[in-house]
Design a protein around this ligand. Structure first.
Ligand code: PRX
Length: 642
């Protein structure tokens, strides 16, 4: 992974902010860094004061490591901040511009969105959803998804959005863990021109989701669905009858806002819990400064709202800023490989935020696709999800941005809620491949095993050393895991990110990827354990070990080493069966790229699987020390299968 740094040595150009950009930017000097350094609590209070509070907080921060409370005693409502607050100045401004995969467009002004959210909040109330209740949302990229989220915030319900491409089992597990009362889903959605039958998957999950009493279904496709009487209701029918005003609940700053499940290094996905005041302050501040968002901008983040990037930077950040946020339903290559560029041209997009894996795919498809389109409206580009290799950065900057647009490489996590390490585009001198420096008010460090800061150029663990407003507060239903997973490694002193990093002599951070058992496939976090347990659910599998392998487009690809049970023989058909099993348990993103059958796995004498060796084998590298193996011969036998 030090390839990134090595590549930088070859690609050592730096990119100062273009003068014109800097002139108009929210930030174009280091004053905010100084202010935040002087007093970070006061610094964050500045952003919080730009929001609407029913009651002001009495204390900025209460920090009892590892538990933080921000804006203590403050009362606010998220939907009020994202909608009502903008009605005087922006009633008829586009809040959401939505484009469906077949090409239709729906624009919702702030007033339209306000009305829909109020109505749906009343629908939820009618179903008995109260403050603090959980609501599962299993919707594709259609406007009803942000409407449902905001409606939850209006009445103080905690939403749990489940990525629409996840499997029925994944939904079932999340419904069970959160004990959701209501599920909101759709009949289906488009993906690359095909119909995905979402309700069928939801029905499977509902068989084992006893807490869910009511289901609301959006009619997106018109495909046939089974409706269970008394439980299932059509969205459009409920909305016809709903009142169009719902008084916003006055939530405590520390009341739960949402749960979002993400992969950790052990066990089942964990429900990262975010709260109200701090989260909104974090996404509001970063969306404003990192994307330099202005009143006239059309801003497009290509993530799916099923992931944290969509929560923070399609929904809450842009709407808290009164901005225009674009949402696209479908695939980047439908009907042709220039769809993204066609959308930029059609909607005059100014700010574009995507992932390195997408950029590498576009590079492979070739410059002829973007070149057909007029993208002169673009003024800023962003990247998120994994380290961006300098070559992809330069391509993005030259081919998409025509050398005119700063590129903000933003590092953050589901747990951090908002961007923590990032350039500020009107101020920071960019180095391709580096996420540059912590956002003002954020304190990050690279440390060794003992928590001691390492010298410049040395790799180590990335830690965050001070609390920040949008940090996760706990793991839903498992407070011990919160402490263990993120704080115990360095004795409760630092938040442990799970990422490796280096800092260069200018203090720039270079992210080096995960150092735990988490694989980052196309910017999506998948735990090796989750894939392994999906594989062993298959009757034929006795044992499985999963590692990540470098992949040109996806960043990392999944490789599974599998030992079969008695009576089963390796075959291509079985490989496909195993891949299908993983899809069924987790979803298509977790399907292994390669499955390697082996009569045994490399284990120590105590029976621990040596992943390091499997990693070497997967990468085709010379295998390191095998002397501690119970059966060193296994390595040769696996090699023969490769
Ligand atoms: O490894 C880091 C990588 O993505 C992880 C967080 O994944 P997730 O919670 O799914 O959130 C993704 C979107 C915020 C991190 O631990 N990561 C994210 N952004 C970057 C990154 N790695 C390097 N550079 C980035 N800009």
């Amino acid at each position: 992974m030090s390839e990134t740094i090595d590549a930088f040595l070859k690609e050592n150009r730096t990119f100062p902010p273009p003068t014109e950009f800097a002139k108009q930017a929210w930030v174009n000097n280091d004053d905010p860094y100084k202010r935040a350094e002087d007093n970070y609590e006061k610094f964050w209070e500045g952003f919080a004061s730009e929001l609407h509070w029913f009651k002001k907080w009495s204390k900025a921060l209460e920090w009892k490591p590892p538990h933080a409370k921000w804006f203590v005693g403050g009362k606010l409502n998220i939907s009020y901040n994202c909608l009502d607050r903008h009605l005087s100045a922006h009633k008829n401004k586009a809040a959401l511009i939505w484009e469906g995969e077949p090409g239709e467009t729906r624009t919702l002004t702030y007033y339209d969105l306000y009305r829909e959210v109020n109505k749906f909040a009343n629908v939820l109330k009618k179903f008995g959803v109260k403050r603090g209740d959980r609501v599962s949302i299993y919707l594709p990229m259609i406007p009803e998804l942000p409407i449902a989220m905001l409606a939850c915030t209006r009445i103080g319900a905690t939403h749990s959005v489940v990525f629409s491409a996840f499997s029925a089992q994944a939904l079932r597990d999340r419904n069970q863990d959160s004990q959701a009362k209501v599920l909101i889903t759709a009949d289906g959605y488009y993906r690359s021109g095909n119909v995905e039958k979402l309700k069928e998957r939801a029905d499977l999950a509902l068989k084992e989701s006893p807490s869910v009493k009511q289901v609301v279904i959006v009619k997106r496709m018109g495909n046939a669905v089974t409706m269970e009487s008394g439980r299932d209701h059509w969205w459009h029918e409920l909305m016809q009858e709903a009142d169009d005003y719902c008084k916003p609940e006055e939530m405590d700053s520390e009341d739960p806002l949402y749960i979002l499940y993400t992969s950790g290094s052990t066990g089942k996905p964990k429900g990262v819990l975010h709260t109200t005041g701090g989260y909104l302050t974090g996404v509001y501040a970063t969306n404003k400064w990192v994307f330099d968002i202005k009143d006239n901008d059309t801003y497009w983040c290509t993530a799916d709202i099923g992931w944290v990037t969509g929560h923070s930077y399609i929904v809450y950040g842009p709407l808290a800023n009164g901005a225009t946020s674009l949402m696209y339903e479908g695939s980047p290559d439908y009907p042709q490989k220039d769809r993204f560029w066609a959308i930029i041209e059609k909607h005059n997009v100014n700010i574009f935020y995507t992932a390195p894996t997408a950029i590498r795919t576009f590079m492979k498809w070739g410059a002829q696709w973007p070149e057909k389109r007029d993208m002169s409206s673009l003024r800023l580009l962003g990247s998120v999800g994994e380290p961006i290799n300098p070559e992809a950065w330069i391509w993005y900057h030259e081919t998409i941005g025509k050398g005119r647009c700063p590129v903000v490489d933003t590092w953050w996590q589901t747990e951090t809620g908002s961007i923590l390490i990032t350039p500020l585009p009107g101020h920071t001198i960019l180095k391709p491949g580096s996420a540059t420096k912590p956002f003002p008010g954020i304190a990050a460090m690279v440390v060794d095993e003992h928590g001691k800061e390492v010298p410049p150029g040395t790799g180590g663990y990335l830690v965050i050393t001070k609390p920040w407003p949008s940090m996760l507060r706990t793991i839903y239903g498992d407070p011990d895991r919160y402490v263990k997973q993120y704080w115990n490694k360095f004795g409760g002193k630092f938040y442990f990110t799970g990422d490796g990093a280096k800092r260069d002599k200018d203090g720039y951070f270079w992210l080096l990827g995960r150092i735990d058992d988490v694989i980052n496939v196309s910017g999506h976090r998948i735990s090796t354990m989750e894939v392994e347990s999906a594989l062993v659910e298959h009757d034929a599998v006795a044992e499985a070990a999963v590692v990540g392998k470098n992949h040109e487009i996806k960043g990392q690809a999944i490789v599974a080493f599998v030992t079969l049970g008695d009576g089963y023989k390796p075959s291509d058909q079985l490989k496909e069966g195993l891949r299908e099993k993983v899809k069924e348990v987790i979803g298509p993103i977790a399907k292994p790229d390669a499955i390697i059958f082996s009569d045994d796995l490399p284990k120590t004498r105590s029976g621990k699987i040596m992943r390091r060796i499997l990693q070497d084998l997967a990468e085709g590298r010379p295998v390191g020390d095998t002397t501690t193996l119970r059966d060193p011969g296994v390595v040769e036998r696996i090699k023969q299968q490769l």
